[in-house]
Ligand binder design. Structure first.
Ligand code: GNR
Ligand code: NI
Length: 173
């Protein structure tokens, strides 16, 4: 397992629509292992493959805060039902470092997906898990949480991140 580099906004790669996985093979499992390690190291509670530069419909999530890790793996996730009820969470994103905003989303979602072994599964999620799944599934469509903010707020954040990147580039070079 190795830690991969997380892409950050603004990066056109993050705006790609990810492709369906045709088979959950060892290459996909290796990707999921690396994504999990990358997510734990960050640290974060979820990660989509596109965030490490791989445009495949693969997500890992772990909401457990204690010692005992409970990783969840989702390949080709599809939302079948979203609740009408909305809940608001303060969201952050490893691809939008240091920025947080309250985002409204359906508070429950029912999804189907393939697990680590390629088995078809169903899950009814609520609360933070439902929010996290929807945040990660947005990544698969090239959507970031800042896209839900006003143009003014979004532009402000993107400009700030561009400047930070330029400073970092100068230090690296
Ligand atoms: O670590 C993360 N925390 C988080 C908090 C609220 C809603 C969504 C998230 S996901 C984020 C990690 C990430 O960027 N996943 O794509
Ligand atoms: Ni994110």
């Amino acid at each position: 397992m190795k830690i991969r580099k997380i892409l950050t906004e603004p990066d056109p790669f993050l705006r790609q629509v990810s492709h369906e996985v045709t088979k959950v093979d060892d290459t996909i499992r290796e990707l999921m292992d690396d994504m999990l390690e990358t997510m734990y190291a960050a640290p974060g509670i979820g990660l989509a493959a596109i965030q490490v530069g791989v445009p495949k419909r693969v997500i890992v999530i772990d909401l457990s805060r204690e010692e005992k890790k409970t990783p969840l793996y989702f390949v080709n996730p599809k939302i079948i039902i979203k609740s009408k009820n909305i809940s608001t969470y303060e969201e952050g994103c490893l691809s939008v470092p240091g920025q947080f905003a309250e985002i409204d989303r359906p508070d429950q979602c029912h999804i189907t997906y393939l697990d680590y072994n390629g088995q078809k599964k169903e899950l009814k999620a609520e609360g933070l898990l439902a929010t996290c799944i929807q945040h990660e599934m947005d990544h698969l469509e090239g959507i970031l949480f800042i896209d839900y903010l006003s143009k003014l707020k979004k532009n402000f954040i993107v400009k700030k991140l561009s400047k930070q990147k330029k400073v970092l580039e100068r230090i690296v070079v």
